[in-house]
Design a protein around this ligand. Structure first.
Ligand code: MTE
Length: 312
């Protein structure tokens, strides 16, 4: 990823969505009185007929979400340019309907599923996750989505399937960045099958109660909160179950800088950016980066016995 200075982000003075805040106040009060599993319908103001009712997830953090304005205007989406402001400025050309996601490779029942059927595949949950970029900034994002495992189980992976490859759209007509080099398009990411099946790993189709804005990877993207943000491929068109570790776009572009695992690890610096601390967008002071981005209690066991300095 190119070097950009995070200091060019001015903490927004625009208030985040009032309705969302009210829901959080309600939730925090609910947690305070011990109702950690409250299920509530999306407020009609937010849903506006776009999504069916959603539920909250007990896997959400109670940390304050980053302002909607910052989540949707400070992005990495190189298909639309390398500047943080480029995706919000240029991704309006992305056509998200019709959109087919195919799931193929080492599976018993491959399928090609239209986005509007995918959204109905499983109940949508709000998952408020900490997200950490390798460049040293972080956000807290209220995603809407469902476990990737639901989709993967529906295609019945074969025994030989050990990894999952995620391929993003690469349309030179609507994605100007694809006409430039730097990345061997399409953008490809990968997970080990057990990582892909982990309950924290979701396919997201929305954020802040609304369909995903184009700049955040509409109409469907991956979200893996214990890994650096670049593992969470945007605007996915193909998911392939494979036997061998996929070659990801960043491993091909800069093999000395990016490894396959890319778990958030404050002890392993990127050659260009320290991973010890991070700046939460909207905050002034830096904070310490946590192992596995604070999800160690849920995911560290996946890497038992592995040297995570070697497998970074
Ligand atoms: N997916 C695609 N297809 N293209 C990209 O350039 N950038 C990655 C990831 N997914 C990227 C991508 C990086 S580097 C980050 S940090 C996150 O998306 C940013 O997601 P956000 O803009 O929704 O915060």
């Amino acid at each position: 990823m190119l070097i950009r200075h995070s200091s060019d982000v001015v903490p927004s003075e625009i208030t985040s969505r009032r309705v969302f805040e009210r829901r959080r106040e309600f939730l925090q009060a609910a947690v305070g009185i011990g109702l950690s599993e409250v299920v509530y319908p999306l407020s009609s103001a937010i849903a506006a007929g776009k999504f069916p009712d959603t539920t909250k997830s007990s896997l959400s953090t109670l940390e304050k979400p980053t302002l909607f304005k910052d989540v949707t205007s400070y992005n990495n989406f190189y298909e639309f340019g390398t500047d943080k402001a480029d995706p919000a400025l240029h991704a309006n050309t992305l056509k998200t309907r019709p959109w087919i996601l195919s799931v193929e490779g080492l599976v018993k029942r491959p399928k090609a599923i239209a986005i509007d059927d995918l959204i109905k595949l499983a109940p949508l949950e709000e998952r408020i996750y900490r997200m950490r970029c390798v460049e040293g900034w972080s956000m807290v994002i209220p995603w809407l989505g469902f476990p990737l495992a639901t989709l993967l189980k529906s295609v019945e992976p074969l025994g030989a399937a050990k990894y999952v490859e995620f391929v993003s759209a690469a349309d030179p007509k609507t994605m100007p960045g694809v006409n430039r080099g730097m990345i061997d398009w399409p953008y490809v990411e990968g997970l080990r099958l057990d990582e892909a099946l982990h309950p924290l790993t979701i396919l997201s189709v929305g954020l802040y109660g609304e369909p995903l804005p184009n700049q955040n990877g509409a109409p469907v993207r991956l979200v893996v909160p214990w890994k650096y943000g670049f593992k969470s491929g945007k605007s996915i068109v193909k998911i392939r179950l494979v036997e061998h570790e996929p070659k990801t776009a960043w491993m091909k572009a800069a093999p000395s800088e990016y490894g396959f695992y890319s778990n958030v690890n404050p002890e392993v610096d990127h050659p260009r950016w320290s991973q010890a601390t991070e700046r939460r967008i909207g905050e002034f002071f830096k904070r310490k980066t946590l192992a596995f981005n604070g999800y160690a209690d849920k995911v560290a066991r996946l890497y038992a016995g592995m040297d995570l300095k070697k497998f970074y």
